[in-house]
Design a protein around this ligand. Structure first.
Ligand code: AMP
Ligand code: MG
Length: 361
């Protein structure tokens, strides 16, 4: 064979390899778009929980994740008399032994986040939330001022002492009560994703009562679009969205959580009393925000921050969010003004022109 023929054959073979390469890549993409989707929803943790997976093995993985969520519900439920959480509460003022290690882990995360939130998120808020009657059979009502003054004295995360090695917990004052409502769903989301990953799932959408965790890229490779509830419209109507693309994922995941005064509230004498309590005043937080959305890698931290930033309010909240690495936030005010951290600029899309984006200074 002369050299010319050899070269011609080589070129044909190489072209074939290149064309086949492109073709099989196309095939991969086409298959990606058709990734098997599995979704299931269950009531737990006092809310609606949806788990959706893309790719094989979804049904089994979701079932595993739901059993993990059941475990966490038992662990963190304030209203379950027999929980370890209530063992600590009932014995406030003295040390409690044999505490479940996972509960100690959640409590130590909660303490860490209380610190980060300058005490605006405080897991020892229970004396106040119970006084307001959240979760009670009679329903919530405005307490007497003196009662609020007394309950405030019982809220202080620095008086929660934990010893993981000994397995003990200690609330310094009698009457102190732990309430993990502002972090439970985030923690649960964290663990749900962990289970899905262990089960080999690479792409998933987890929504635990508005605490969202995204795993991997969306199968059609467009950004994930997480709606932000219009705080003054029917549930399900979004005023904007946070768009998450591949570059926004950290360790292949991201969490988005919103805290809002519309989640739980009652009206009395034309005043709205909602469920997020300011530990400094004992009253529903009222520092300029009616909704706060947080985006960060860690779902527990994101949940704690959404509540903490809500309490800190527009000025202090934005300042804190801007100062934290890997944390972005959107605040909405009663007047439908929208404020956001600088890293939100490319992510946030306004969808309702009743709202206006404002610059924060
Ligand atoms: P979230 O929906 O995450 O903002 O959590 C709200 C829930 O957290 C409430 O229903 C209470 O159980 C609890 N909570 C209210 N105020 C606070 C606070 N300042 N710090 C910690 N937890 C709170
Ligand atoms: Mg929260």
């Amino acid at each position: 064979m002369n050299n010319k023929i050899m070269t011609a054959i080589t070129v044909v073979i190489l072209l074939g390899v290149v064309i086949f390469g492109v073709y099989s890549q196309r095939q991969d993409q086409a298959e990606d778009l058709e990734l098997e989707e599995y979704e299931n929803t269950a009531m737990m943790l006092d809310t609606v929980n949806t788990l959706r997976t893309y790719g094989p093995g979804g049904e089994e993985a979701v079932a595993e994740a739901f059993s993990r969520l059941e475990e966490i519900e038992l662990l963190l439920d304030l209203y379950d008399e027999d929980s370890d959480l209530n063992k600590i509460n009932r014995n406030a003022g003295s040390e409690v032994e044999d505490i479940n290690q996972e509960l100690l882990e959640v409590l130590s995360l909660a303490k860490e986040y209380a610190e980060e939130n300058e005490g605006a998120f405080d897991p020892t808020i229970g004396a106040l939330t119970l006084l307001w009657g959240w979760g009670s059979e009679e329903g919530p009502a405005v307490p007497a001022e003196e009662e609020i003054e007394e309950a405030i004295q019982l809220v202080d995360y620095e008086k929660l002492h934990l010893d993981k090695e000994e397995g003990t917990a200690y609330l310094e004052e009698e009457g102190m009560i732990l309430d993990l409502g502002a972090i439970a769903k985030g923690y649960a989301g964290d663990k749900a994703i962990e289970v899905l990953r262990e089960q080999g799932i690479e792409r998933a959408f987890v929504n635990l009562g508005g605490n969202i965790v995204l795993l991997g890229e969306k199968p059609d490779e467009t950004p994930w679009r997480v709606g932000i509830q219009n705080p003054r419209s029917a549930r399900g109507s979004a005023m904007g969205s946070v768009d998450i693309s591949q570059e926004d994922l950290i360790d292949n995941q991201i969490a988005v959580a919103t805290s809002g005064d519309y989640e739980r509230y009652f009206d009395d004498n034309d005043t709205r009393y909602h469920h997020i309590v300011d530990p400094a005043t004992g009253y529903p937080a009222d520092e300029g925000a009616v909704s706060t959305t947080v985006v960060s890698e860690n779902p527990s931290r994101t949940d704690a921050l959404s509540t903490g930033l809500f309490v800190l309010g527009l000025d202090r909240g934005l300042e804190l969010a801007e100062s934290l690495t890997g944390v972005e936030a959107v605040f909405i005010t009663e007047d439908k003004e929208v404020y956001k951290t600088s890293g939100m600029d490319e992510k946030f899309q306004l969808m309702d022109d009743d709202f206006v984006i404002k610059e924060w200074q």
